[in-house]
Design a protein around this ligand. Sequence first.
Ligand code: MN
Length: 322
Amino acid sequence: MPAVSASDLLVLPRIERPDPGTTTYRPVSQVITSPSFLEGAGFPVRRPFPGPYGNIADPFLLLDHIGAIEYAPGEARGAPWHPHRGFETVTYIMDGAFRHTDSNGGGGLITDGATQWMTAGAGILHDEMPTDELVQKGGLFHGTQLWVNLPARLKFTPPRYQDITADRVALLSSHDGGVLIRVIAGDLDGHKGPGVTHTPIAYAHATLAPGAALEIPWRPDYNALVYVLAGRGTAGLDREPIDDGQLAVLGAGDALTLTADDLQDSRSPNLDVLMLGGQPINEPVVSYGPFVMNTRDEILTAIRDYQAGRMGIIPAVHLPHL
Ligand code: MN
């Protein structure tokens, strides 16, 4: 998992260890094993939410984990032109590459630890495809796509595209230097990531060496989710086991604690997790495929607007294939 790494964790700014005397570590309230689906033109994803567990993720709507998968030549698939309205798609690529083109003029290559933060807002069309090289030659692919909701007052905000290249991600280490934390957006213990968010959110990728522990302050007004990208370990003071493809939903408190098992598989030598949190939006969610609104009427309007070309049109001249 190349993503972004650091040659010497000891030179990075460190997250201060919370004071155990005054800290409430968030307990694990639920561990969800992600079911698998086919998405887009037919690529496999693991999707810890949404699911039949109630509203566990607000302000997040959906998390797809793609790979890690070794594509054979001709096997890599993407999601050709489709619309979105009412939320944001956040695509993080650790291995391989995705090529993005949208009807708003946004576009580029997302690769090697880069994140694309696309605000669909009032409406956009986009095309998310593996590179021609990955399709032709095959190869390793590993990424995630997170859907972040927008509150009613921002559903019709103009579309926005943030290309968060890997070199802009804020790198931190744990108090003992055993954990690398990449802050993509939001603020962890005063350390800011580059992503600009519409509502308060924290989004980070942490790599825990075997046997390492992470203790990290977490805003009490945020929810807290930990998704295992690879490896195994535990979450919470009660050391609830978490494994590859599982999501830990954490309860109330003002800090998170995680540990990596001493023994990991050779194909994924570390515990890699996404840490997600945000202020719940607490509004009704009515979703229909690529549209996420507050009411059924707004969904019907979205379908009509899309059909009438009011979310944009597919550009006549595509960007050159990268
Ligand atoms: Mn999409």
